[in-house]
Design a protein around this ligand. Structure first.
Ligand code: NAP
Length: 313
């Protein structure tokens, strides 16, 4: 795979995108990071209505379009339908587009296979869970596509089983599935299944989300990966991102630091060896964000995390 992945819609997704998962109060930081990323060469940005970063991303892109630095059609923007927006995806995407100051996004995803009531707080309490209605949610996503509000629709945090169910009734198949994926959670079964079904896999927390409350340093501190990085004269993050690209995955590293934004994009002019891949294929696997908060024995559609991930954990 080159620097772009071709989606089942025929549109192209750059394989490295900037993650912007950050709260709205970091507005200036997010806006500046997007500006730096555009200069470095990033043309793919990941946001979600849940993050609160749509406004800052939109402002930074709008300024870049006005300056003539980049054209709208040269940038790939993903946003997502949050858990309390399943009842009306066209209304939700319209709100997101307003924040983003865009007429369309390139990809609109169902953020989680989960439905919460309006006014919920995280972690969700028993009364916050609503019965799942993925079929009607997907019909709403298809409507967004038909209205031209998004160039593609897709999923996030869906297992093979959940994708298979959806493929049985959908009119428009999903173009992508965005999931936790890194060398310590390689998701081989899901990658193989999605490749077969022409669904592009995108990696969230591609570095394992070091220094964050939901993530871990296990990926960045792994001695095997560190040794491979040292051998190539690259950073651990670069080896991890290159590994993902070699696996056919699009990765969405988040950084708001100029040096690290640049570093994470310098992954195209060198390669890992077959021996490196062999060593990395043997790393112990454990999902970092497991979703314990999303299951209960009464109101959640999932009683256990095994049910949430259909055993793929
Ligand atoms: N669909 C979903 O459910 C979902 C869930 C989680 C995330 N996401 C998306 O995926 C994106 C990335 O995930 P993430 O933020 O959880 O994890 P991540 O990208 O794996 O890690 C981000 C952390 O790594 C640090 N970092 C970045 N580059 C580095 C480098 N070269 N060396 C050392 N540290 C580095 C960042 O700090 P600095 O900023 O200080 O560099 C930040 O603390 C999010 O922003 C969001 O867009 C989606």
């Amino acid at each position: 795979m080159g620097y772009v992945a071709e989606l089942n819609t025929g549109n192209k997704m750059p394989v490295i995108g900037l993650g912007t998962g950050a709260p709205a109060y970091q507005y200036e930081e997010i806006k500046a990071a997007v500006g730096v990323a555009l200069q470095v060469g990033y043309r793919h940005f990941d946001t979600a209505s849940y993050y609160g970063s749509e406004g800052a991303l939109g402002a930074s892109l709008t300024e870049a379009f006005q300056r003539g630095d980049v054209k709208r059609e040269e940038v790939f923007v993903t946003t997502k339908l949050w858990d309390d927006e399943h009842d009306d995806p066209p209304a939700a995407i319209t709100k997101s587009l307003k924040h983003l100051q865009l007429e369309y996004v390139d990809l609109y995803l169902i953020h989680w296979p989960l439905r919460l009531r309006k006014g919920y707080t995280l972690p969700p309490k028993e009364e916050d869970f609503l019965p799942l209605a993925i079929k009607s949610t997907w019909q709403g996503m298809e409507k967004c596509f038909e209205l031209g509000l998004t160039k593609a629709i897709g999923l996030s945090n869906f297992s093979c089983k959940k994708i298979e169910d959806l493929l049985n009734y959908c009119k428009i198949p999903p173009a992508a599935n965005q999931v936790e994926l890194h060398p310590m959670w390689q998701q081989k079964k899901l990658r193989d299944y999605c490749r077969k079904m022409k669904i592009q896999v995108c990696a969230w927390s591609p570095l394992g989300a070091p220094k964050t409350p939901w993530g871990s340093n296990v990926v960045m501190d792994n001695p095997v990966i560190k040794e491979i990085a040292q051998k190539h004269g690259k950073s651990t993050a670069q080896v991890v991102l290159r590994w993902g690209i070699d696996k056919g995955v699009c990765a969405l590293p988040k950084s708001f630091n100029k040096g690290r934004i640049t570093e994470n994009f310098q992954v195209f002019d060198w390669c890992l060896t077959a021996e490196d891949h062999e060593k990395m294929s043997k790393l112990e696997q454990r999902k970092i964000l497991r979703g314990e908060d999303l299951v209960n024995s009464t109101t959640s559609p999932y009683r256990t995390i095994e049910e949430l991930w259909d055993g793929e954990i």
